[in-house]
Design a protein around this ligand. Structure first.
Ligand SMILES: Nc1ncnc2c1ncn2[C@@H]1O[C@H](COP(=O)(O)OP(=O)(O)OP(=O)(O)O)[C@@H](O)[C@H]1O
Length: 665
């Protein structure tokens, strides 16, 4: 035995629990493991005994609850250590591959992450494709068989020729000939370049394929352990993994003095103390662009969604109701206008685009039609209308009979507030115009019927404000915000579920690098989305933007970033798409309703109004309204506050997501 050899992996009294302290299950019990450099170390044990968990702890994905792990004398993740990073090649149990990528694109992604040169990547790709008997490198991963996908996954782990290889059941689905070749290669890299390999294998499967003397050794040890588990009546999931070394010649008992201690970095901070690396961001950007390239239809869909949403909003919301059907019972006309035909003059002043009158000869019939929902209301004009109105204005008669007869009587279906409001408004306006015309025809000054209020030129806005101008800017912000939440949360949760995120993390990528690259790629997509929104809302549907369009676009864009960080937060605690949908839907609607987008916050009960300040949309929505309707610039406090609040929410979401992701280790 060569006593001078250092240890590649040393685990001392490692314990690992899953779950929280009130409901935790111990998976690793006080495990001690010493793996010298340059050997193949077999990690054996029944299914569920914790082999994968141990490997994840070794590569720095999980923290031990107690005990210590040292890799080449340093803690995983310590400063300057390339584990996680280039020094470790990890092949997880699941394939963890981008299904729409070609073999070459997949390998190039990891090559770039490990900062390999193009030449280096190409020569390794050629070698690995030949060595692992893979089809053409342009073939898509999705089109490969299960075994071929497994080999691509192995190729990704071998690519950068790391000094530590962690392979979780690498030979599953591989035929015996190739398995032999892989074993030979592993033994060869152990001997020639002192690579340390830790490999898990499921001994029941190995028993089935036991065609190697070494596997028989595994099998023998496994049976011993199985007996021990049964003797001690241990639940399988609580049993520590068994370990054995393949080339037992190289075994060396641990010499703790040889371990160069390094300070253990703080768990949460570790990821963020590392300055983002340009080559990793670049690798992630190219990866994201490849994802987009392989799904170009989805990209167009991303542009189409905001356009469809804003167009539908502008088409369907805020416009004045038109062609409202109303029943009319004009008793004056039915009685052949006994005192004159001022009722016709009145009706002609009522906007016929908005109200469509249908005349009835019978009052009860007309009222029934309203009751049956065929009309929004009934307008009744009584006999002697003309005489009564003359009496009222020229003889100043104000007895109830004169007042009743000189009025138009409305029996309305008031179940729809907007329709009721429109009917009343249109008829009131029509009546006012009729009165003015009537008075001036009789030589009176029509302004006598004006109410004693003069609305001067508005300071902001127009004399005829539109609901669309009030609601559309807020809607535009929320469209981009909600889209960014959904897409980001789904992208990350799918990557997490398929083990892709974990694989990238083990390749040394940090959450900041992932977010940076995501924002950079989304930057261009979102710019196009925002431009399309403005073009459709402002130039096609004529939503008013009195202030700077650029400033409005910047705010909408920033709100999109806020949505991305919120999406990241959702994905940090959700495990699958279903949960994302539930959380996104459950939080998006309360935000939409309480942020004053659809109805002024001034109309809310005081508690709700107070709470509305705490949605990420309220202040930015107010800010964009100030830009759009008042033409305010950045110097106004309500505008810069909107920018400040959305940036603060983004930062807060990002920090909480990062902490949650770190805590989940
Ligand atoms: N995220 C998790 N939360 C809770 N329990 C978990 C989690 N992951 C694994 N476990 C449990 O921990 C135990 C060990 O799991 P692990 O995947 O490490 O086993 P394994 O030895 O690799 O199994 P196999 O050989 O089937 O892959 C199992 O009982 C499993 O149910």
């Amino acid at each position: 035995m060569d006593q001078s050899k250092e240890l590649a992996v040393s685990v001392q009294n490692g314990c690992k629990n899953y779950g929280h302290f009130w409901n935790s299950t111990r998976v690793l019990h006080d495990i001690t493991l010493n793996v010298p450099i340059g050997i193949i170390y077999g990690l054996l044990g029944p299914s569920g005994c914790g082999k994968t968990t141990l490997l994840r702890c070794i590569v720095g994905r999980f923290e031990l609850n107690s005990g210590e792990i040292l890799l080449f004398g340093k803690h995983p993740g310590s400063y300057g250590h390339e584990i996680p990073g280039r020094s470790v090649g990890y092949m997880p149990q699941e394939n963890a591959l981008y299904k729409n990528f070609s073999i070459s694109e997949m390998l190039h992604y990891f090559g770039r992450l490990h900062h390999m040169s193009k030449k280096e990547i190409l020569s390794r790709v050629e070698f690995l494709i030949h060595f692992l008997d893979l089809p053409l490198k342009t073939r898509k991963v999705a089109q490969l068989s299960g075994g071929q996908q497994r080999r691509v996954s192995l190729a990704c782990a071998l690519l950068q020729q790391p000094k530590l290889l962690i392979l979780d059941e690498p030979t599953v689905g591989v035929d015996p000939l190739l398995r032999e070749k892989i074993w030979t290669h592993l033994i060869e890299i152990c001997q020639s370049s002192q690579t340390t390999i830790i490999i898990t294998t499921h001994y029941i499967e190995e028993a089935r394929k036991a065609n190697r003397s070494l596997e028989n050794v595994f099998l023998h040890l496994c049976f011993n352990d199985q007996n021990r588990i049964e003797r001690e009546n241990l639940p399988i999931s609580f049993a520590n993994p068994l370990t054995t070394e393949v080339n037992t010649d190289n075994f060396l008992p641990m010499n703790t003095n040889q371990i160069k201690k390094s300070s253990k970095p703080k768990k949460i901070l570790r990821d963020y103390l590392v300055f983002p690396k340009l080559h990793k961001i670049l690798a992630l950007i190219i990866k994201d662009l490849t994802v987009i390239k392989t799904n170009i239809g989805f990209l167009f869909f991303q542009f189409l969604i905001p356009v469809i949403q804003v167009s539908l909003f502008c088409l369907c919301i805020g416009r004045d109701p038109k062609a409202l059907p109303m029943a009319l019972f004009n008793n004056e006309s039915l009685n052949n206008f006994p005192t004159g035909n001022e009722s016709l003059q009145l009706l002609s002043q009522i906007n016929s685009d908005q109200i469509h009158f249908n005349s009835f000869n019978n009052f009860d019939q007309a009222l029934n039609s309203v009751k049956q929902g065929r009309y929004w209301g009934l307008a009744e004009i009584r006999t002697n209308f003309t005489e009564a109105i003359n009496d009222k204005f020229f003889k100043f008669q104000t007895d109830p009979l004169t007042l009743n007869t000189s009025s138009i009587h409305l029996y309305l279906d008031m179940t729809n507030q907007q329709v009721t409001f429109t009917m009343q408004n249109v008829i009131l306006n029509g009546t006012e115009m009729f009165l003015k015309r009537f008075l001036s025809e009789h030589g009176f000054d029509p302004s006598i019927v004006n109410p004693p209020v003069i609305i001067e030129n508005p300071i902001y806005g127009s004399l005829t404000p539109k609901f669309l101008n009030f609601a559309a800017p807020g809607m535009m912000i929320s469209i981009i915000y909600f889209l960014a939440i959904g897409l980001t949360a789904l992208i990350f949760v799918v990557e997490k579920k398929e083990g892709l995120l974990e694989r990238s993390w083990i390749a040394g990528v940090t959450i900041i690098e992932i977010m940076f690259s995501h924002i950079i790629v989304k930057f261009f997509i979102q710019i196009i989305q925002v431009v399309l929104l403005i073009v459709f809302a402002h130039f096609i549907f004529e939503v008013e933007f009195k202030g700077s369009l650029l400033l409005s676009m910047a705010l909408i864009f920033l709100q999109g970033i806020c949505g991305m960080t919120y999406g990241l937060l959702i994905s940090s605690f959700c495990e699958n798409e279903m949960q994302v949908m539930e959380v996104a839907m459950g939080s998006v609607f309360p935000m939409l309703l309480s942020s004053g987008i659809l109805w002024p916050v001034e109309g809310m009960p005081s508690v709700m109004r107070f709470l509305s300040h705490f949605t990420p949309l309220t202040y930015p929505v107010e800010a964009i309204r100030c830009i759009a309707a008042r033409g305010w610039s950045f110097v106004y406090y309500k505008v810069w506050l909107g920018f400040l609040i959305t940036s603060s929410w983004s930062l807060a979401f990002f920090i909480i997501a990062a902490i949650l992701l770190a805590l989940k280790k």
